[in-house]
Design a protein around this ligand. Structure first.
Ligand code: SF4
Length: 334
């Protein structure tokens, strides 16, 4: 166990965690909502430091990050725990696990494995990296000093203080929306009381110059999917810029939520058109391997500059970060 970062001691040995926007008040002997931070006699500890429950060398496209070193590999790690309770979580076996499982995998070993497996980056993913922040932070510092990049795949529910701390070492983040940020959706299906902190942390990441890509999982439910989607697309254009890569993800029933089946392809196509109409230049359809909307097209000449099938890059037609056909510079880190 390691003493946690970002918490306050309160009267009577209670503590208040400041890592994510839940800001849990935790009494002695109790844990926060994420189940992996425990108050032991007035000191907050992380229970998952160096305890990887899952790790693998993945294509970076799997995160998904389509505009950050395309075709490279990301050494990916996770611990148990999450600050959300999504009824449809794909990774619920580890995110909702109540026991502290995992094997000892200290930061030094993560970095040396990443190098051995020819990865360009370390990705903190599968579950929510905010809740294993100290492990991610130490690994990220070491990875950076070894010439590797660092990327988070996150629900975005971290505090501005957490963003501030990790920002010097964080190169890119995929921020995952579900239900297009509809507050009712988050309350009912994810157990999350407010969505505003997600937008605040995105703005903080943007101000720190972190490369951002957004996903939106289109889950069929009773809410007005189109209206919330349009609002999210507009917010991205206005606050993150029209060059922000935006991935519209197909939903498949998982865990406790069927949602009447997978999201319908024609709806996803319609939303793709809507996002483009709002001004976003790089819009993708995800969880639809082989679909033409997996490719990156130059917003100036329309040619395919990165062709993908699923997570595999088939070819790139880039000259540095520019389209090799017309020379337009693209928002791609290479
Ligand atoms: S990281 Fe965990 S303990 Fe801290 S505020 Fe979030 S849910 Fe609560």
């Amino acid at each position: 166990m390691l003493e946690a970062m970002l918490y306050q001691r309160l009267d009577g040995k209670a503590v208040k965690c400041g890592l994510c926007a839940r800001r849990c008040m935790i009494q002695p002997g109790k844990r926060g909502v994420c189940r992996v931070r425990e108050n032991c006699n007035g000191t907050l500890y992380t229970l998952v430091y160096g305890k990887a429950v899952s790790y693998a060398a993945d294509p970076i496209e799997k995160k998904p990050l389509f505009h950050f070193h395309p075709g490279s590999r990301a050494f990916s790690i996770a611990t148990v725990g999450c600050n959300f309770r999504c009824n449809f979580c794909d990774n619920w076996v580890i995110s909702q696990e109540e026991e502290i499982l995992g094997e000892d995998f200290p930061p030094e070993l993560v970095v040396s494995e990443a190098i051995t497996q020819k990865c360009k980056s370390v990705s903190y993913t599968y579950t929510e990296p905010t809740v294993f922040f100290e492990y991610a932070y130490d690994t990220a510092r070491l990875a950076r000093s070894s010439g590797l990049f660092n990327t988070f795949v996150t629900n975005g529910y971290m505090t501005p203080d957490a963003v501030e701390l990790i920002a010097p070492y964080l190169d890119a983040a995929t921020v995952d929306f579900k239900g297009s940020g509809d507050p009712d959706f988050y309350r009912e299906l994810c157990g999350v009381p407010r969505v505003e902190p997600i937008f605040e942390s995105l703005a903080a990441m943007r101000s720190k110059g972190i490369h951002i890509e957004i996903t939106d999982l289109i889950v069929p439910w009773r809410g007005d999917v189109r209206a919330h989607f349009k609002r999210l697309a507009r917010w991205i254009v206005d606050n993150l810029g029209d060059e922000t890569p935006f991935h519209i993800l197909r939903f498949f029933p998982s865990y406790r939520y069927e949602g009447g089946g997978p999201s319908v392809g024609s709806l996803l196509e319609e939303l793709w058109t809507e996002a483009r109409a709002e001004g976003l230049k790089y819009v993708y359809l995800g969880n639809m391997p082989g679909h033409a909307r997996e490719n990156t097209c130059c917003p100036s000449c329309g040619e395919v500059v990165i062709k993908r099938v699923g997570f595999e890059v088939v070819f790139t037609k880039l000259k540095g970060d520019a389209c090799s056909y017309c020379g337009k510079r693209l928002n791609v880190k290479v």
